[in-house]
Unconditional design. Structure first.
Length: 503
């Protein structure tokens, strides 16, 4: 075993440009294969100070004849004062094609979920992409997520195994259509994680749990990697549509790429101040996907959304078990609806909900987005989400029907516009099943204008309310559990996208 010492990042560091703030350390070199087939190992050590760049690259010169690259790493976790962040170090890998923003050389990312990984032609650790190990300069990517006041000391062990390479498997992807019911309401969970990023569920477990939750579709959304795409096909069943995507996990917020072309990788190495998000939002759409900012008011470090909503096709308002940050996200989204009608715009951003499930006891399908679509296909589901023909429910036990009608037979449903004159009487009707003792609230651009009595213990009920387009530019419904105490509303059980009123 040979060793190298990076000591402090300033000593042998070269600053580079292109992807957020980054630097490159001294190169780690290996001898040529020279006919050998056994493993050869180098160990490098260093310390990253507080305020380190977002990404630190360790170049590794890979000679010809290498069969496998294996990387293991550790770092210290010193005690820190209360309220101070400790050390957290993410890791990934880029091949000889380089680290340029856009990810041409991307070979995998495991964040902080794994302490070691390998890549070779015929296989790779989940989160990483199998493929040829070619001669050239590869880069181990370190992401110092948080650094303690004492600094972050790390040790990386790099092992190259020489020998003949295996054959890279041809990727097989799940079909873009499943057995549906024609035009119908389909239930889906578009944000969940497996062992291919920082989850604990296997793909098989996710598929099984999704069906048990009454879901018709799911979206693969691993953190900063598309490596799971080629492994979903064997878990696709006739009645479960599996969309492919990614959770693009930047330092300034997360965005779900929903239903992209198979094999699409979206880079995450930028901040809001870099003005690069628009480039990657356009990439998601060119790849046939939707751009969905996730948990925009989450309190975890780097989770709060700072890129604005100008590129959003929808926004994830409800994420996992309902919490105060979801309530803030709901209010913020409602403010966006108010702004759209105030400014006379016909464009608006629909809301979604997803589980963001990682492991038990996270519940897949809590919540779920229920979409009116012409078919159970990638294209039809995306079109329904984009149009806002959807509502969010905490489980498949809860169903809604929400409509608005005028006096001459005019009729509109969720995400649609009821075209009536300003003073034409409008009847808004909500039918609910599966919501025992819940309360219905009707929300407009003027605020909450109607609150029902609690529904019966059967959970089934109908609420009607009358208004005009001059009084309410839109109406949306919320179904809430009984409040625990005081005037605060109870946790959401379901909510709808709006019905718009007026010409």
């Amino acid at each position: 075993m040979c060793e190298d010492d990076h000591a402090g990042i300033g000593r042998r560091a070269v600053f580079v440009t292109g992807a957020a703030t980054a630097l490159t350390l001294a190169t780690v070199s290996f001898a040529s294969a020279a006919g050998g087939t056994g493993p050869r190992t180098r160990t490098v050590r260093g310390t990253l100070p507080p305020g380190s760049p977002d990404f630190v690259y360790v170049p590794v010169e890979v000679p010809r004849g290498v069969r496998e690259i294996r990387v293991a790493y550790t770092y210290d976790r010193p005690t820190v004062p209360a309220g101070t962040q400790g050390n957290a170090l993410d890791i990934g890998l880029f091949d000889e094609r380089g680290t340029e923003l856009g990810g041409r050389g991307f070979r995998g990312w495991s964040g902080g979920a794994r302490t070691e990984f390998f890549v070779r032609a015929d296989a790779a650790t989940p989160g990483y992409v199998p493929g040829p190990v070619r001669e050239g300069t590869w880069h181990i990517a370190l992401g110092p997520y948080t650094v303690a006041p004492q600094g972050l000391s790390y040790e990386i062990t790099i092992t190259l195994t020489y020998g003949e390479q295996g054959e890279t498997p041809r990727p097989v992807y799940p079909p873009e259509r499943a057995r549906g019911r024609g035009r119908a309401w389909y239930r889906g969970d578009c944000h969940l994680h497996s062992e291919y990023s920082d989850g604990r569920y296997t793909l098989a477990e996710i598929a099984e749990l999704a069906r048990a939750a009454g879901l018709d579709f799911i979206n693969s959304s691993e953190h900063n990697t598309h490596s799971a795409h080629a492994h979903w096909a064997e878990h696709a069943v006739d009645d479960l549509l599996i969309l492919l995507g990614e959770e693009v996990t930047t330092r300034n917020g997360h965005v779900v790429a929903l239903g992209t072309d198979p094999g699409t990788f979206v880079d995450w190495r930028y901040r809001a101040r870099d003005n690069r998000f628009g480039r990657f939002a356009r990439q998601i759409r060119r790849a046939g996907g939707l751009v969905v900012p996730a948990h925009p008011h989450a309190t975890c470090i780097g989770c709060n959304w700072k890129f604005g909503f100008g590129e959003a096709d929808a926004v994830e308002v409800w994420n996992g078990a309902y919490t105060p940050d979801d309530e803030v996200a709901l209010a913020d989204w409602d403010g966006m609806l108010v702004a759209s009608v105030r400014d006379g715009r016909r464009d608006w951003i629909p809301a979604m909900g997803s589980s963001d499930s990682h492991r038990s006891p996270d519940v897949i399908g809590r919540p779920q987005t229920v979409v009116l679509a012409d078919d159970l296909s990638r294209e039809a589901i995306q079109e329904g989400i984009r149009a806002g023909r959807s509502y969010v429910a905490e489980s498949s036990k809860l169903s809604l029907s929400f409509t608005a009608s005028g006096g001459r037979g005019e009729h509109a449903g969720i995400g649609e516009r009821l075209r009536v004159d300003a003073d034409t009487p409008v009847t808004v009707r909500l039918e609910v099943t599966g919501a025992p003792r819940c309360t219905v609230r009707l929300v407009t651009d003027q605020g909450v204008l109607f609150t029902s009595d609690p529904l019966p213990v059967s959970g089934t009920g109908t609420v009607e309310w009358r208004t005009t387009a001059s009084y309410a530019a839109y109406v949306r419904a919320e179904v809430r559990h009984e409040a625990a105490a005081g005037p605060l509303p109870g946790a959401l059980a379901a909510f709808t996208n709006p019905v718009f009123l007026g010409r």
